[in-house]
Design a protein around this ligand. Structure first.
Ligand code: ATP
Length: 217
């Protein structure tokens, strides 16, 4: 399978983190910034690093990104650059554009001009960290949407010795147990009649409120 190709505009902390993670994961990454130092700093960690002003349509067109799989517009403070880059990459035919917003108005503008996904990295990270702190009983949480998460949960005492069928968690607790980790072995198709052991770790999906309630039982 051909490697996925991404372009990242803006090499602040967010853009650098996205660009280097994509590259580490085996994607082809073109990193672009107007600041030469930023370009030099990332050059060894991505496929190509280029100094360019992304408000310059000709410079952008010359990068040849029309066939790329996605673009990340990681510029918060320079509204003009962020909006222009989003419009121009959409015009060049990039199918998926993810853009970082500073505030709600910025987000609205980005969506209007064609951004497929708008993110607020600081706000979203803050929410995730706070949720993880509240749900102290959970080892880790993966946010599936703003209301649903997938988490690893220590089997509560009152569940020990009972099977998933008896517990009827889907109906009673509105959660789904998708896997059980026992002695470091992950069973992704747990038997509904198998009793839960004391040290089992359950991988569950559910609404944040339900998961929170279970964690604080
Ligand atoms: P972070 O929070 O991710 O560190 P930031 O909010 O501090 O980012 P931004 O203003 O979002 O900083 O800028 C990110 C990067 O975008 C900077 O490295 C800046 O040089 C680059 N940048 C800003 N305007 C342009 C432009 N017109 N063309 C190319 N790069 C630009």
């Amino acid at each position: 399978m051909a490697k996925k190709e991404f372009v990242v505009f803006g090499l602040g902390r967010f853009g650098t983190s996205v660009a280097t993670t994509l590259a580490e994961s085996g994607c082809e990454v073109l990193a672009v910034d107007a600041d030469e130092d930023k370009v030099h700093e990332i050059a060894d960690f991505v496929t190509y690093a280029v100094k360019a002003d992304i408000t310059d349509g000709d410079a952008l067109a010359s990068l040849g990104i029309g066939n790329f799989d996605g673009a990340i517009v990681a510029i918060g403070k320079n509204l003009e650059a962020s909006v222009m880059a989003t419009i121009l990459v959409k015009e060049l035919g990039v199918p998926y554009v993810l853009a970082k917003a500073q505030n709600e108005i910025h987000a609205k503008v980005l969506k209007k001009v064609g951004a497929d996904m708008v993110v607020f990295p600081e706000k979203e990270t803050g929410i995730r960290i706070a949720n993880n702190l509240i749900m102290g009983n959970f080892f880790d949480a993966v946010e599936l949407s703003s209301t649903f998460s997938m988490m690893e949960l220590d089997a509560p005492d009152e569940w020990v010795g009972k099977s998933l069928r008896e517990l009827n968690l889907r109906a009673k607790n509105k959660i789904n147990v998708i896997a059980i980790k026992r002695a470091e072995v992950l069973d992704i198709n747990p038997d509904a009649d198998m009793p839960i052991n004391r040290n089992d770790i359950l991988v569950v999906i559910g609404k944040n409120e339900q998961l929170n309630r279970l964690a604080n039982k």
